[in-house]
Design a protein around this ligand. Structure first.
Ligand SMILES: Nc1ncnc2c1ncn2[C@@H]1O[C@H](COP(=O)(O)OP(=O)(O)O)[C@@H](O)[C@H]1O
Ligand SMILES: [Mg+2]
Length: 173
């Protein structure tokens, strides 16, 4: 059998997921983002975008906004843009205490903004880079246990993360 191309894999994963939360998270026009969210300075950045600290003014709770700018060659090319939408399409179907919760999505033809819950702690790469951070065996086991719960949940829903690494493991305190 021919191996599936990335896009086909994502379509398959997306269509086969049995959860229904996707019905409740809509894509809004990026112009509307200021009606509900106040954005502050950048917290960090990854390979796809910059993550900003923000406030959900409707409920007065802090949140995070990840801003992804589509590369020039992707603008107007739906196949390319679909690759960028994959993260949000997968995330909106997941509902697990150890997986970052997606709140809303805003986009226009150039940018995509994912509004998510905020993790107050640092990512594991930052934590392990500080010599003063000493974790007991029990604390490490607890972090790994939570990670495995999240991975197990994804696998049960036919989703493979493919980028589990220290920077992508966020601590909430
Ligand atoms: N919701 C969040 N709360 C706190 N920090 C975050 C949040 N999302 C991302 N970050 C920080 O931003 C970094 C990059 O985010 P990430 O989603 O991994 O971007 P990319 O997919 O581009 O690598 C993370 O390693 C983390 O330090
Ligand atoms: Mg990352």
């Amino acid at each position: 059998m021919e191996p599936l191309k990335d896009k086909q894999v994502s379509d398959k994963l997306y269509s086969s997921t049995p959860l229904s939360k996707k019905n409740f998270i809509h894509e809004h026009d990026l112009n509307e983002i200021n009606e509900r969210y106040k954005m502050f300075g950048p917290m960090d950045s990854g390979s796809f975008g910059v993550v900003y600290r923000a406030l959900d003014t409707q409920y007065n709770v802090p949140c995070a906004i990840k801003l992804i700018r589509f590369p020039d060659q992707a603008i107007g090319d739906q196949t390319e843009i679909d690759a960028y939408l994959l993260e949000f399409r997968l995330l909106r179907d997941l509902d697990h205490p150890n997986i970052l919760r997606l709140i809303e999505v805003f986009k226009n033809e150039e940018k995509l903004c994912l509004v998510t819950e905020i993790c107050k702690g640092e990512n594991l790469a930052e934590v392990l880079n500080k010599p003063e951070n000493n974790y007991s065996e029990q604390e490490v086991a607890f972090i790994i246990w939570q990670l495995l719960l999240a991975v197990n949940y994804c696998h049960k829903h036919d989703i493979c993360h493919r980028d589990i690494k220290l920077d992508n493991i966020l601590l909430d305190q």
